[in-house]
Design a protein around this ligand. Structure first.
Ligand SMILES: [Mn+2]
Length: 381
């Protein structure tokens, strides 16, 4: 880690899914709230940088949305700071195929590559793009010339992951899919945490390859996306170190889709969700499930509601193979992950503004974190 981390603001965004304009606004709002520029802006995959709105490779529900990315290629819009992104399982793989080691897809929009490690703005960052699909993980990566090959380009391969064998550790690891075992209720319960988080409802989320990377590299932080469930948790290592993990929501609302850390003298000293600039954690406090934003807390209303209309902006990261995925749990045929998770009623009103709505820089974070529902969710049900 270099001089840059003596004082730095690191911003991570969840699955952008083509919504670049709002992400740019969110970063600007956060910078304004924190009173400083972002040192490093990272994205955890599924950015969907398609040039045309009706691109046949886009999910059907998204073809109605404008292809904002075109504005970034034409120069009509630009990210104010460099955005460094990994690949998810929904990308323009024809464009990314020519740059497996990374490259610029538009001014200030840097694809990091399928797998690798690099020092960026003073931070040692390592990453693994894509998701785990057992049927393809040992098969060669084919040129994305057919729909099947494009889909399979969103899966990482074991021989790609081996490129990280030479990387002993990192400040920050980025994966698209969660490491396996994060969403288990038992470790949280052992930490005395009994709140019902959305992540606990899908305990199979995540892959073992990413988990093994965490265990071996013991990074300080790991950021991931894909499941569209915001979640904070920790992996504690045998040597006493820990990896703090923030799983990000998709870019439908900023409170779970934007996560930031501020660093001083080479260590993270503050962290928060959303754009308010309010911190939910500071150095010395435990990083665990209590740092999950409200959007990651399971609502008390019934989870299953037959006939609930599908709504693309809050829909989990489904492959849409079934018209009914929104109200039942289904596993993807190829991949390990929960490409469809239980549909959760949207959280509305003041409840959606996040953990830190009434606290600046954590003055009250302990009480907010431990008893958020009583304090913040009065009008929820
Ligand atoms: Mn994804």
């Amino acid at each position: 880690m270099s001089e840059a981390t003596k004082s730095a603001l690191v911003v991570v965004v969840g699955d952008i899914h083509g919504r670049f304009h709002r992400v740019r606004e969110w970063i600007a709002a956060l910078e304004s709230a924190r009173g400083r520029s972002a040192t490093l802006v990272l994205a955890v995959g599924d950015i969907e940088a398609f040039l045309t709105a009706d691109d046949h490779r886009r999910k059907a529900a998204k073809r109605a949305m404008p292809a904002e990315f075109a504005d970034y290629v034409s120069g009509r819009c630009a990210f104010e700071r460099p955005l460094h992104f990994i690949g998810g399982n929904n990308e323009d793989f024809e464009a990314l195929h020519s740059m497996p080691e990374g490259g610029l897809v538009a001014p200030n929009m840097h694809f990091l590559g399928r797998v690798g490690a690099q020092s960026i703005s003073g931070f040692d960052v390592a990453w693994l793009s894509g998701i785990y699909a057992p049927r393809y993980v040992d098969k060669p990566l084919l040129p994305p010339t057919t729909p099947d090959a494009c889909r399979q380009a969103g899966y990482f391969r074991h021989d790609e992951v081996r490129a990280l064998d030479a990387v002993s550790t990192a400040d920050i690891v980025l994966t698209h899919e969660w490491p396996r075992g994060l969403a288990s209720r038992a470790p949280a319960t052992s930490r005395g945490i009994h709140k019902d988080f959305r992540a606990f409802h899908t305990p199979w989320i995540g892959n073992q390859v990413a988990r093994s990377l965490v265990e071996r590299m013991r990074p300080r932080w790991l950021f991931c996306g894909h499941s569209h469930v915001p979640f904070a948790t920790v992996v504690r290592h045998a040597d006493g170190t820990e990896t703090r993990i923030a799983c990000l929501d998709q870019a439908s609302r900023p409170d779970g889709a934007v996560f930031w850390t501020e660093w001083r003298d080479g260590r993270a000293v503050l962290a928060g969700w959303g754009t308010s600039g309010d911190a939910c954690w500071r150095d010395g406090q435990p990083w665990d499930e209590r740092r999950t934003p409200h959007a990651g807390v399971a609502p008390k209303a019934p989870l299953h509601r037959a006939g609930t209309p599908a709504e693309p902006m809050t829909r989990p990261d489904a492959h849409h193979r079934s018209p009914n995925v929104h109200h039942r749990v289904k596993r993807d045929a190829d991949a390990s992950g929960p490409h469809s998770t239980k549909r959760v009623p949207p959280i509305t009103g003041t409840h959606a503004t996040g953990v830190a709505q009434s606290s600046r820089d954590v003055q009250r974070s302990e009480e907010v974190a431990v008893e958020p529902e009583r304090k913040a969710a009065g009008g929820e049900r």
